[in-house]
Every structure is written in C-alpha cells, then in structure tokens.
Design a protein around this ligand. Structure first.
Ligand code: GDP
Length: 461
C-alpha cells in the first residue's frame, strides 16, 4: 500500500489562501485527527466533496482556521483518497499546517509525486501528465492552448483510436492463425492491408504535427548576430518586451551571450543575443570569449537572425558575419535594421543565403516590426493549417519518436502482407507497433522514463 503523502500545493509566498494536499489510503482519517469542524462533529461524518469549515490543530493547539474538502478514491486528482486543507496563505502558517499533517503520520511528497500517483492509478495517461507539466510552465497563450484539457483529450483520443485499431487487427490475425479453417478473422488480407494503411495515415498525420508542436512547446533555438551597433540589443529588447540587454552606442557592449525563452507569435524563441563578431575585437579577453561563444551559438542554432544596418554600406565586419553564417545549418532570416534612416546599403551585395529578408525599424510602432518578424518565423517553423484549438498536436520528443517507430513497423507489416509472407511475420510487427503506441500514453514504458518526466514537476503537483 502507498504511504500517505502531503505537500503545500500552492506556490510559496504570501497569498490569500494556501492549499495543503494529503493523498493516500487513510488520508481522510489522518486529516480528521488534526482538523475539528466548527460544528463540533467529526470531519469523517461529512460527505466527500463538501467544504467543511473548522480549526486546524497542531500539538493540541488551534493554529489556524480553514476549510477541508475530502475526495473519495477514484474521484480525486491522484485517484486515492485525498484531503485538501485550505488555510491562510502566509509562508509560516502554511508550513505549520503542513508540519501538523506530517506529525500526524504523512510523509512529504516528492516532486511530481501527486501526478505520478494519478498516472499509476490510471487517472492520467503519460501524454496528459507531460502536457500538465508544460501547462504549469506555460509562457504563451499557444502553450496554454496546446496543453489545456481539450487539447489533451484530443491527443489522448487519437492515440487510443490508433491503439484500438491495431488491437482489432491483431485479434483478427491471431484468430486466423489459430483457426485457419474457420472464417473467424474480421479482416481479409486485402482488408488488413487497407486497414493498416489507414492507421498508418493517422500515425503520419500525428507525426506531421510535431514540428509545429515542438516550436510552440519547446521552442526554437535562435541567435541574433550582426556587427556592433547594428541593432542587436534593440531587437532583443523589442522581442523580450523589456530592457534586458544593454543598448549603447559603444561597439562591443554586449559581451556575454544572453539566453531566454520568449514567446513570439505562435512559437517560443530560445533566443541568444550574441556579442558582435568583428575583426580586431581588441585584446579584451572577456570580449574574445563572448565572440567565441557567439560562433558556437551560430553553428548550433536552428534560426539565425542576421542583422545588417541599412543606413551604412556593407563593410568587412558584415562580410565576416556572412561568412560565419553561410555554412551554418539553421534557417536564416536577413533583418535590415534602421529602416527609418536613409537607405545606403546595396542589397545586391547580400548573398542569396537567406530564407527570408525583412526591414525593421526600432522607431516604428513596436508591434509592426514584431509582427513582420513573427510572420516570417511562423512560416518557417510551423504549419499554419495546424490549430492548437481544434487539432491533436504532438509536442513531446518522446511521443514523436514512439510514433515514428510505430509508423516504420506498420510499413514493415504492410510490406510483409504485400509480399505474401506468413501471417505471423506481419503480426509480430503489428505487435511491436502496438507496443510503441502503448509507450506514448505510458501503458508500457520504462520506469526511468516516467521518473524523468515526473522529476520535472514541482513539489505539490
Ligand atoms: P548592438 O551593438 O548591435 O546591440 O546595437 P544596439 O541595439 O545597441 O543599437 C546601437 C544604436 O543604434 C543604438 O543607439 C540604438 O538606439 C540605435 N538603433 C537601433 N535600432 C535602430 C533603428 O531601427 N533605427 C534607428 N534610427 N536607430 C537604431
């Protein structure tokens, strides 16, 4: 039997209310020992899902008044009997209430332990748990849409349908292997191939959503580069909406690489603002390290925002940047800055290595410069036909790789059928494909994988 766990489930700090969650067999009885309803009755006399007002006791003293709600097994977040104690939201008072619960016999919950129990008790699939993990960290409206309950349900339903189709196929194939003389299978060979092809298309469709899902959830590693004074920090600040980087007129001010996750349109940018790469950076060792780091970032980034100053002719510093990014693997957007000034730069001197080119001015309406950039990035990294409001969208690398495996195995099964190989050759591939799909919702997944997922949650979730 699982022990009773407890933790403060609201964020640390001062607030109106704090909630201490207690979960496990006996959680109701344990809570009734430290909580006296104001009515004088026992907490256990009240029905579940009923808000009961009363006093919280610790070492025989009333330490606070608050409200307790009990949830019965099967109707709580974890699936176990749960008590939720709402007390006053001070740091010390919520910790004292937690201490009272621990003194009554509960153990402190580890990170993500409530959600892990929900998963173990079948209240959540792993896909849903992953989405909840992301929801807690969400920084953009698209991330919220991607991970909120309706989107979680859509993905869960599609994966369940794929699983159900593969299970039905396998059942039919086994029936035909075991009783070849009887007409038991639901599917003929031809029907099996067409059903496999249909399931394969469903799997492929889900796989195709990952590019967009990943850009929204995990984000794209991006780097801003350009010679000193071209407007890198200004752009960085425009995207971040605050003055994070120092904007000055002195070349070489941005010495280190700042990196932050910032929402831009639909996607998240994991954005680095790099030191200006330029020849003769002087002997300043700090600046040299900054430049070295910028080079590394440029070669590994998925997106390079290369800035050129429209108000100045292309010079050797710009050419160095061009050479630096020419061989890099990421998508490249050419951003012509200071569009509010007279245009001097000869655009024909810029090589044809960019996926998009746009002009911006920090002086124009902020939203205009940003929306031009965000449109260009969305076009490069997302599929506009995929909507987080209506589609099932895959956003985790783990789910994506399991789907790819499932698709390959279904392909092999189709080939085996088409080549007229014996039934059991195809059935073992379908069985493995089913295993890959079962990994997605966590029906068959290694403990190390679930450990990794739940360790990313906070205590209290
Ligand atoms: P960095 O060295 O590349 O980071 O360049 P900064 O962002 O620090 O900008 C250098 C100077 O150019 C600052 O004085 C900015 O105010 C100015 N600047 C940046 N963008 C624009 C722009 O679009 N128009 C004009 N007129 N000035 C700009």
């Amino acid at each position: 039997m699982q022990n009773i766990i407890a933790a403060i489930s609201t964020p640390p700090g001062k607030g109106g209310v704090a909630i201490i969650r207690v979960s496990g067999e006996g959680a109701h009885e344990l809570t009734s020992r430290i909580f006296r309803p104001a009515s004088g009755r026992s907490l256990l006399d009240y029905p579940t899902r009923h808000a009961v007002y009363g006093y919280i006791l610790h070492r025989g003293e009333r330490i606070d008044d608050g409200i307790v709600t009990l949830f019965e097994r099967g109707a709580s977040y974890t699936g176990e009997p749960v008590a939720e104690i709402s007390c006053h939201g001070g740091m010390l008072i919520s910790r004292t209430v937690l201490e009272a619960v621990l003194a009554a016999g509960a153990t402190l919950a580890g990170a993500g332990e409530f959600t892990r129990r929900a998963f173990i008790n079948g209240r959540l699939t792993l896909t849903e748990a992953e989405a909840i993990g992301l929801l807690l960290e969400a920084k953009s409206e698209e991330q919220i849409r991607l991970t909120a309950a309706p989107a979680r349900d859509r993905l869960k339903k599609e994966i369940e349908e794929i699983r159900a189709s593969l299970t039905a196929l396998l059942g039919s194939i086994y029936a035909r292997i075991d009783y070849p003389d009887e007409d038991l299978g639901d599917f003929s060979d031809e029907e099996t191939v067409s059903e496999l092809t249909r399931v394969r298309a469903d799997v492929s469709r889900l796989i195709s959503t990952y590019r967009t899902g990943r850009a929204i959830a995990e984000g794209i590693s991006a780097v801003i580069c350009g010679k000193p004074n071209v407007g890198k920090s200004t752009l960085y600040n425009l995207i971040s909406g605050e003055d994070a980087a120092i904007v000055t007129d002195i070349p070489g001010t941005t010495r280190d690489v700042l990196e932050r996750s910032l929402p831009l349109g639909r996607v998240m940018l994991r954005l680095s603002d790099t030191a200006g790469i330029r020849e003769g950076a002087g002997d300043d060792p700090v600046e040299k390290i900054g430049i070295e780091k910028s080079r590394e970032k440029i070669s590994s980034a998925e997106l390079i925002l290369a800035l050129f100053d429209l108000s100045r002719p292309l010079d050797s510093d710009d050419r160095d940047i061009i050479e630096e990014i020419r061989g890099a693997g990421g998508a490249k957007i050419c951003i012509l800055t200071k569009a509010d000034r007279d245009s001097v730069l000869d655009l024909t001197e810029l090589p044809d290595i960019f996926d998009a080119t746009l002009k911006i001015s920090a002086k124009e309406e902020e939203c205009e410069a940003l929306s031009t950039l965000s449109d260009a990035i969305n076009r490069l990294f997302t599929d506009e036909k995929i909507s987080t409001s209506t589609d099932a969208v895959v956003a985790s690398a783990r789910q994506h790789s399991a789907l790819l495996r499932a698709k390959e195995l279904i392909d092999t099964a189709i080939l085996a059928y088409s080549a007229g190989l014996p039934q059991d050759a195809a059935s073992s591939d379908i069985e493995l494909a089913l295993g890959a799909v079962a990994e997605i919702d966590g029906r068959a997944v290694a403990e190390s994988v679930t450990d990794d997922i739940f360790s990313r949650f906070c205590v209290g979730k």
